[in-house]
Design a binder for this molecule. Structure first.
Ligand code: PPE
Length: 307
């Protein structure tokens, strides 16, 4: 997505609302040089009861957890970040939007140990439609297994959403794009399926649902947790601790991605091999409908923070 022609005027930065153009950092910011930032991607939906942030509390949990391995103390508490976000959405009058909170080591030193570098925090929000292209939700996307592997949790925490680690995702996305695929799938260091560059992955076989366990080097996605819970409620057997081999991608009945930005997106081919009949499958369709019914209606109070 591009910020050209974006009609949002304000960003919350370190406790204040500033003009979009003024939300700047110094070029010697620690996080810019070493990727020492943690962030979230959250969606606010225009529900039947008005704009509501989907699973905000879980995203906040993950933000603070992501900061821990990096010794980063976020100098704002949950209430302050919640209030700032709600006021931002309210000020900009956004019925639905994507929210990007970020905390990073700022400017006053360089050198790998961030030591006493200040921790800077910003929250931006803007409208963001379909992540993987206009028809992606209906038609599904064509993906390729990346030649880049997902980093292992022995190298960098895979359960932290850290800015620096996203260079791994960027490489996989660039490769997919240069080969004319919409998205990539990354295998982990053992060669088993990990996830997409910005999505978790689900597989359907013989009416049961599989998703790689958290030890497979994937992010503990909040949409993943949502899909697992909803699928179980729908009566599906969900194997949420699965190990999925590359070969199983080609023989699956259905595959789909989950993520805040990607929501529930069908995968119609992997490496030019059609998944099932090459269209959105019935289980994917049901999970997609269940997901969108909830975020559009706002029915399930405990998952929404109203603006
Ligand atoms: N894995 C990765 C690597 C990932 O980045 C995301 C979210 C997920 C899984 C799904 O997690 P969750 O959003 O909690 O269900 N990716 C975010 C960033 C996308 C971007 O392009 O930037 C997102 O979807 O907001």
């Amino acid at each position: 997505m591009s910020f050209d022609d974006m009609d949002v005027g304000t960003i919350w930065m370190d406790g204040e609302f500033v003009d979009w153009e003024d939300a700047q950092v110094h070029v010697l910011t620690h996080g810019l040089h070493y990727g020492t930032g943690v962030f979230e991607g959250v969606r606010c939906y225009d529900t039947d009861n008005g704009p509501a942030i989907f699973r905000w509390e879980e995203h906040l949990d993950r933000l603070y957890q992501s900061a821990k391995p990096y010794g980063m103390e976020i100098p704002f508490d949950r209430d302050e970040l919640t209030e700032a976000t709600i006021e931002l959405i309210d000020r900009e009058d956004l019925p639905s939007c994507y929210i990007r909170p970020i905390a990073f080591y700022g400017y006053d030193m360089l050198g790998l140990d961030p030591g006493d570098a200040p921790v800077k925090v910003s929250i931006a929000a803007w409208p963001w439609g379909t992540y993987l292209g206009e028809d992606a939700l209906e038609e599904g996307v064509d993906v390729a297994v990346s030649s880049w592997r997902k980093y292992a949790s022995s190298q960098m925490p895979t359960n932290a959403k850290t800015t620096g680690t996203y260079v791994n995702s960027v490489l996989a996305s660039l490769e997919a794009d240069s080969n004319d695929y919409t998205e990539a799938i990354l295998l982990n260091k053992d060669g088993q399926v990990a996830e997409g560059p910005g999505e978790n992955l689900f597989l359907v076989r013989d009416g049961e649902i599989y998703t790689p366990g958290l030890a497979e080097s994937n992010l503990d996605g909040i949409t993943r947790q949502t899909v697992i819970e909803l699928a179980e409620e729908q009566g599906y057997t969900v194997h949420d601790d699965a190990t999925i081999s590359r070969g199983e991608l080609y023989t699956a009945d259905e595959l789909f991605f989950s993520g805040t930005a990607a929501e529930v997106t069908p995968i119609r081919s992997v490496d030019d091999v059609e998944v099932g009949p090459g269209t959105k499958g019935p289980v994917t369709d049901e999970m997609q409908r269940t997901f969108f019914d909830i975020v559009e209606s706002g029915e399930r109070d405990e998952w929404f923070t109203y603006v």
